[in-house]
Design a protein around this ligand. Structure first.
Ligand code: GLU
Length: 487
């Protein structure tokens, strides 16, 4: 049987790192086995589902390179199938109408609480007589549909990650609601609920392996009962570990960044994030190799190497992986990625030529951890004016600094465009003619060109400033400062 897996997000929020990681595992599994990866949008929660979240989930998956083979399928477009299944359950006696009012259920729960018991439905309407049903209906009550759960039943499955999992029917909270009350008296029942819809879909879509977060384990026990009642084969299950924050608690909104969009905005590359997510719970066979594409990971992926223990989210590791990917980019690619950040910072991208941008990208590339660092790392190279920091001012007050700047400005008057060799030659020459140490020439130039003594390679920076014709205004600005300091 060929493998068919799915990712089934609920569009009640933006694509979350947990869902994306589950999508990665499903994608890898599908690709490993030459199977199909299906996208299903579980939008039956009408109050919380939003089209913009559906959009965000799809663009997020695409951005990560998690292309799907079938779908998206929408649960709201499949209500007829769920209704049919519910009717079948009713017809065969595995489901029934429960007329309990919310108040009655509240009272039951309160009583159980007072007696120190776990809240559960007491199955009180499981065996109503036709007369009792008629009486409730005459009162104007509308039923929910409940699926019978045998308290005595032991439910077991071989989980591909967790091994043998066992549940006792009595721990599932009593007969479970599979359809809400209908909105109008004419309809036999209302909105179908999550567990029912998932099972009907997984059956119809021929899902062979359900790979999802371990927070769904209790649902799996209920769903196995539904597969049986609907006379269907049961897929294999693999429950993946949760993603934990550095304190070892489940990663949640409170931890700040959790949506894929936010990771993108922070300057992570999709390939790096996908690579990192692969390692969140999976150990590659050769665990020394940690940088790989999704396609490469797919060649080795197996559920047997997915860990049971929660996976701690490690920002340092993600940063490290991202920096590795940034270093592997061609200057042109890096430039394309940095342009929006430079524009966002208000830098004069339109005032320079494309090759200038590529040289800048190459210059700052090795010092980037995230794309956003491209702003700060290149800050000193944008525009004719600069801010002089204390280190620059101290240098410009030194003997010889003014002479260096004057000599360089004189030389640049000729308007010749600067070359690497020309710049190096000039520095050596000035060391001799001005009778100062080479360090004085270099530091004074750096202070005069960048406004600080720190920063990227001096010669490369100077070449860039020169091409943009920003070096002379800066050197003049510095010379004026230097003159003031020496007064
Ligand atoms: N819609 C569920 C969720 O977003 C997933 C259901 C499933 O994978 O079975 O958590």
């Amino acid at each position: 049987m060929s493998v068919r897996v799915r990712i089934a997000p609920s569009p009640t929020g933006n694509l979350h790192i947990g869902t994306a990681r589950t999508a990665v595992f499903n994608w890898l599994y599908a690709r490993r086995h030459g199977g199909k990866f299906i996208l299903r949008i579980e939008d039956t929660d009408l109050e919380r589902s939003r089209p913009e979240f559906t959009e965000n989930i799809q663009t997020g998956l695409q951005w990560l390179g998690l292309n799907w083979d079938e779908g998206p399928f929408f649960q709201t477009q499949r209500l007829a199938q769920y209704r049919q299944a519910i009717q079948k359950l009713l017809d065969q006696g595995s489901a029934y109408r429960c007329y309990c009012s919310p108040e009655e259920l509240d009272a039951l729960r309160e009583r159980q609480k007072a007696q120190g018991q776990a809240p559960r439905y007491d199955n009180r309407h499981r065996d109503l007589t036709p007369e009792q049903e008629a009486a409730f209906q005459a009162e104007g009550r509308r039923p929910v549909i409940r699926f019978k759960i045998d308290d005595q039943r032991r439910i077991t499955w071989q989980d591909r990650v967790r091994g043998l999992v066992e549940w006792q029917g009595s721990d599932l909270g009593g007969d479970m609601v599979v359809a809400r009350r209908s909105e109008t008296p004419e309809e036999p029942f209302g909105q179908p609920l999550y567990n029912l819809a998932v099972v009907v879909d997984d059956i119809e879509m021929g899902i062979t392996d359900v790979i999802r977060g371990e927070d769904h384990i209790a649902n799996t026990a209920k769903q196995i009962l539904l597969y049986e009642a609907l006379d269907s084969l049961i897929p294999s299950f693999a429950h993946t570990p949760l993603i934990l924050n550095p304190e070892g608690k489940k990663l949640s909104k409170r931890d700040g960044v959790t949506s894929i969009d936010e990771f993108r905005q922070l300057g992570f590359l999709p390939q790096a994030l996908a690579n990192y997510m692969t390692l969140l719970g999976w150990t590659p066979p050769d665990s020394t190799e940690e940088i790989f594409t999704l396609a490469e990971a797919a060649q080795h992926f197996s559920l047997e190497r997915v860990n049971k223990a929660g996976a701690k989210f490690d920002w340092d590791k993600l940063d490290w992986i991202n920096s590795q990917y940034l270093r592997r980019l061609a200057p042109g690619e890096l430039t394309d990625l940095l342009i929006p950040y430079w524009q966002g910072a208000g830098y004069s991208v339109d005032a320079v030529e494309r090759p200038w941008l590529e040289v800048l990208a190459e210059l700052v590339g090795p010092s980037l951890t995230r794309l956003t660092d491209g702003v700060g790392e290149s800050r000193l190279l944008w525009g004719e004016k600069m801010e002089l920091d204390e280190s620059a001012l101290a240098q410009l007050g030194q003997p010889g600094a003014g002479a260096v700047l004057e000599a360089v400005l004189d030389w640049l008057q000729t308007g010749e465009s600067l070359t690497e060799d020309g710049a190096k030659g000039k520095i050596n020459e000035l060391t001799k003619t001005l009778g100062v140490k080479k360090g004085v020439v270099m530091k004074s130039l750096r202070a005069g060109l960048m406004g600080t003594l720190q920063g990227p390679d001096l010669i490369q920076s100077w070449l860039l400033l020169n091409q943009a014709q920003w070096d002379r205004p800066r050197l003049r600005q510095a010379l004026e400062e230097s003159a003031k300091l020496r007064k």
